[in-house]
Every structure is written in C-alpha cells, then in structure tokens.
Design a protein around this ligand. Structure first.
Ligand code: FES
Length: 317
C-alpha cells in the first residue's frame, strides 16, 4: 500500500480522552483528495516494533493541504493510542498510508441516517462534507457518555443545525433506534459507527424492520487484543514466525518481510484472510468478517485481529 511521510502540524485535546491530530506532508506536496468515510493507517515505532492502527479521516475530502484524524486513548489496548497521546507531539514525524474507503456513502440513497457513538463520530465528520456539498438529505444521531465526551458536538451543531441530534447518557437522553429507523422513507440508507453494542443494535433492528442489506452500513475497527505469544509456520516459504504477545499476527508477518495483504486492520474488511492448513490448538477470532460456522471450523484466520493458542499452525501464505 502506498505510504507518505507526514509531520504533525497541530494537536488539539478535544475531550478528556480524544486528541485531534492535523497532519501535513513532509515533502510539502499536496495530499490526494479522498471520499468521506475513508481511513488511513498510521505506522508507529513502539519499543522497536512497528504497530499500525487505522484511523478515520475527519477533514474535508477536497482539502489537499492537511489530513485530520482523532485518536481515543485506550488504556487497555496494545499501546498504539497511548503512544499517539503520550509520545506524538507537534513536529513529530509519522508514516501513513493513503486513504482507503470501506465506509462510503451510497450515492443512490434517498436519505442518509448517520448514527455515531463516541469516537465513532470521526468517519461522519468527512462524510458530512460529501453529504452537504451534494445536497443529500440526512440526519445525524450522535450518542456519548456525557457532554464533555461529545467530541466536536459544538462544531456539528453549527454545521448541521436541527439535523444533528445529541444523546448524552449522563443526561438520560437515549437514542431510540427502532423509532428512528421506523420513521424513515423507503430508499433510506443507515450508517453506524461506534461501540460493538450500538453497531449490533442498529444492524439487528434494521434487519428486523426489513431494511435491505445493501442499505445498512457499519464500520467498526476492533482494537486488536493482546494475548499469549505463539508461533506460525508459513507453507510457501517454510519459515517460522513468532508472534509476541503485544503485536498482531499481521504485524509479525510484516516484520518478517512477508507480503501480507490488509486494508482495515480492524477485522472488518476481509482483505487479510488466511487459510489455516494445520492447527493443533485454538484460534481466538476477534473479527466481524468470518461467519460463526467459519470461525467454528478453524480453517481461516484474520491475522489483523485474531490470535491463537497452539504449538503448531501452518498458514497458506
Ligand atoms: S485487514 Fe481488514 S479484516 Fe484484516
């Protein structure tokens, strides 16, 4: 995947947990434009190991001078978000991929219903640029813990007026997903990004109400969990790769120089899928891509998020 070296031009503490990073190119060139809902992958050197995390693009897609991402501090993750919060300062250099879109707006949608929870607001920040520029019909519904955790809510109020609805849990305001989806005209599309419970609730409710599958869109980058170290053998090169406890199988393959495919790095897109040829242990599936039957069969693994406990695993790569 093409990468570009960037410098952190500005950092803003948006909420107690979220920082907004403004990135500019080191070489002074213009960035490519992108489409709302795109993400980039940021490479971080942490204790001599390369971690790569995906972050949604927040800025205007036609802005070629700066890219914008926001990072929520996750204490219990592998360290990428803590590194971004504690080690990255204005002037720091980073390497990012060019934007890829796995959460694009459907141009055919009659109306777009955007549902965000917490840091899940970020892809909608860029999607709203596309929606407003094209004059699409839409509503934004944004839920968060308490007013101080509602990142960018002032800006969204100004940009969207009455079309933005805010739900602060601490004030007892709850989003009624069923009522919201029941009230939409035929031909509407729904988009959800946020915690797993919210994504599941929206997907299940939309399906129960008979929304067509291709009108339902979700984005959920799982933070890859840590776990026990394990080893895999690669069938094509017959090399053994050790996967330490704090990096993913995908990162271990990349560190070993293996040309492994990836896109979302969050268990959502399916691009990194690998066939498991032999296994004498257990796979811990953390993706949203494989079906329950595929997970139970243990013949496939998504190395961006899933791990294993085994003494022998042979992968078809
Ligand atoms: S890279 Fe998308 S599922 Fe692994």
């Amino acid at each position: 995947m093409s990468t570009v070296n960037v410098r952190v031009a500005a950092i803003e503490q948006v909420t107690p947990m979220i920082k907004h990073f403004t990135l500019v190119r080191e070489d002074g060139q213009a960035f490519p434009t992108f489409s709302g809902g795109s993400h980039v992958v940021v490479a971080m050197d942490i204790n001599g190991r390369t971690h790569r995390n995906a972050y949604s693009m927040m800025g205007a897609p036609e802005d070629t001078q700066a890219y914008h991402i926001s990072v929520r501090r996750e204490e219990r993750s592998r360290g990428g978000s803590v590194f971004m919060h504690d080690n990255v300062v204005e002037g720091s250099s980073l390497q990012i991929t060019l934007p890829v879109n796995l959460f694009a707006l459907s141009k055919l949608g009659r109306k777009h219903i955007l549902i965000a929870g917490g840091i899940g607001i970020t892809p909608f920040m860029s999607q709203l640029h596309d929606i407003q520029r094209n004059g699409y019909s839409y509503e934004l519904h944004y839920a968060f813990r308490s007013p101080e955790h509602g990142a960018f809510s002032g800006q969204l109020k100004a940009r969207c007026g009455d079309l933005a609805h805010f739900y602060a849990d601490s004030l007892g305001r709850k989003l009624d997903i069923r009522a919201l989806l029941s009230a939409q005209p035929l031909g509407s599309h729904v988009y959800v990004c946020g915690p797993a419970s919210m994504v599941t609730a929206v997907l299940e409710t939309a399906r129960e109400l008979g929304w067509p599958e291709n009108h339902i869109h979700s984005e959920q980058f799982s933070a890859p969990p840590t776990g026990d170290a394990f080893k895999v053998r690669l069938a094509k090169s017959n090399i053994e790769v050790e996967v330490p406890s704090d990096i993913t199988l995908l990162e271990a393959l990349e560190t070993a120089g293996v040309n492994a495919e990836s896109l979302c790095r969050g268990g959502a897109c399916g691009r990194c899928e690998l066939d498991v040829l032999e296994l004498d242990g257990e796979i811990f599936h953390h993706d949203h891509y494989l079906s329950d039957a595929e997970k139970a069969a243990g013949r496939k693994i998504m190395p961006c998020v899933s791990r294993a406990r085994c003494t022998h695993m042979l992968l078809n790569i």
